[in-house]
Design a protein around this ligand. Structure first.
Ligand code: CAA
Length: 260
C-alpha cells in the first residue's frame, strides 16, 4: 500500500496502533507508570492501572484517560506478592478477556551505602523490583503462549548497567531484570512474544526529586544533555516496543547520554 502523507485514515490507524490490545501497567498510578498508561491508552489500548496503595492517584489517571475517550480500570495489588500478582492478571482477564501487553514498571528505592544497608532494605527492593516481574510474568505467560502474541516490557534502569552510589540493592534488581529479559526473550520468540527492557536514566519523578539537592545537582552535571528526562520520553520508547514485532531481548536506553 502506498504511503500517503497526511491521509487522515492512515493517520488514525497509526494513532490507534494498539487498538484491541489489553495492557497492564504495574505501578501505573504515578511517575513513569502513569505516563506509560496514558501513552498506551492514547494509542488505543485498553489499560489496567495497577497500584499498591494510592487509589486516588490511580483514579486520576483513569479520569484523564476517559477524558481522551480511552478505556482504563484500576486494580490494587502488591506485585511483590505472588498471589496478589496472579490475582491482578486474573482480574484483568475477567474484565477484558485477555492480556496482550505486560509492562513491569513498579519499583522502589531504599538508597544507603552498603555498610549501612539493612536486610530489610535489601529484601524490599529485590522483592518489589525483581521478584515482582517473576510473579506477574508467570501469570501472563501461558495465556500469551496460547494466543501466540505478547509484549513484555520491563522498566529497568541505567543503574543496572552502570551501578549507582548507595544503590547496591537497586542496581542488583535492575541488572537482574535485564538478564531475565534476555533469557525469556530467547525462550518465547517462537511463540510471538517479545520481551524487552527500557533503561531510563535520571527522569523527573518523585523518586528522583527525593534525592538530596546537592547530590542531585552533581548527578545532573554528569548527564551530557544536562537535564533530567521526562516521563513522556520513556513512555514513547515503551509504545515503540509494544507496537514492534521484531525487536526482542533488547534494552533501550533513554538516558540523555549518561551511560553509553
Ligand atoms: N559519589 C561519591 N560520593 C558520594 C556520593 C556519590 N554519588 N553520594 C554520597 N557520597 C559520599 C558522601 O558525601 C559521604 O562522604 P563523606 O563520608 O566524605 O562525608 C559518603 O559518600 C557517605 O555518605 P553517607 O554517610 O551520607 O551515606 P549514606 O549511607 O547515608 O547514603 C546516600 C547516602 C543515600 C547514598 C545519599 O548520598 C543519596 O541519596 N544519594 C543519591 C542516591 C541516588 O543517586 N539515587 C538515585 C535515585 S533515582 C533512581 O534510582 C532512579 C533511576 O533508576 C535512575
Amino acid at each position: 500500500m502506498a504511503i500517503i502523507l497526511n491521509d487522515p485514515l492512515q493517520k488514525q490507524d497509526e494513532v490507534l496502533s494498539l487498538k484491541g490490545k489489553v495492557a497492564i501497567v504495574t505501578g501505573g498510578s504515578r511517575g513513569i507508570g502513569s505516563s506509560i498508561a496514558m501513552e498506551m491508552a492514547k494509542h488505543g489500548a485498553e489499560v489496567v492501572i495497577n497500584y499498591n496503595s494510592n487509589k486516588q492517584a490511580a483514579d486520576e489517571v483513569i479520569f484523564e484517560i476517559n477524558q481522551l475517550g480511552g478505556k482504563a480500570v484500576a486494580f490494587q495489588a502488591d506485585v511483590s506478592n505472588h498471589d496478589e500478582a496472579h490475582s491482578l492478571v486474573n482480574s484483568t482477564i475477567e474484565h477484558y478477556g485477555k492480556v496482550d501487553i505486560l509492562i513491569n514498571n513498579a519499583g522502589i528505592t531504599r538508597d544507603r551505602t552498603f555498610k549501612k544497608l539493612g536486610t530489610e532494605d535489601w529484601n524490599e527492593v529485590i522483592n518489589t523490583n525483581l521478584n515482582s516481574i517473576y510473579h506477574t510474568t508467570s501469570a501472563v505467560i501461558n495465556p500469551m503462549i496460547e494466543q501466540k502474541f505478547g509484549r513484555i516490557i520491563n522498566i529497568s534502569s541505567f543503574i543496572g548497567q552502570a551501578g549507582g552510589f548507595g544503590q547496591t540493592n537497586y542496581s542488583a534488581a535492575k541488572a537482574g531484570m535485564i538478564g531475565f529479559t534476555k533469557s525469556l526473550a530467547l525462550e518465547t520468540a517462537r511463540n510471538g512474544i517479545t520481551v524487552n527492557a527500557v533503561c531510563p536514566g535520571y527522569i523527573s519523578t518523585e523518586m528522583v526529586e527525593a534525592i538530596p539537592d546537592k547530590v542531585k545537582e552533581q548527578l545532573i552535571a554528569k548527564i551530557p544533555m544536562n537535564r533530567l528526562g521526562t516521563t513522556d520520553e520513556v513512555a514513547d520508547a515503551v509504545r515503540f516496543l509494544a507496537t514492534n514485532g521484531y525487536v526482542t531481548g533488547q534494552c533501550i536506553n533513554i538516558n540523555g547520554g549518561v551511560y553509553m
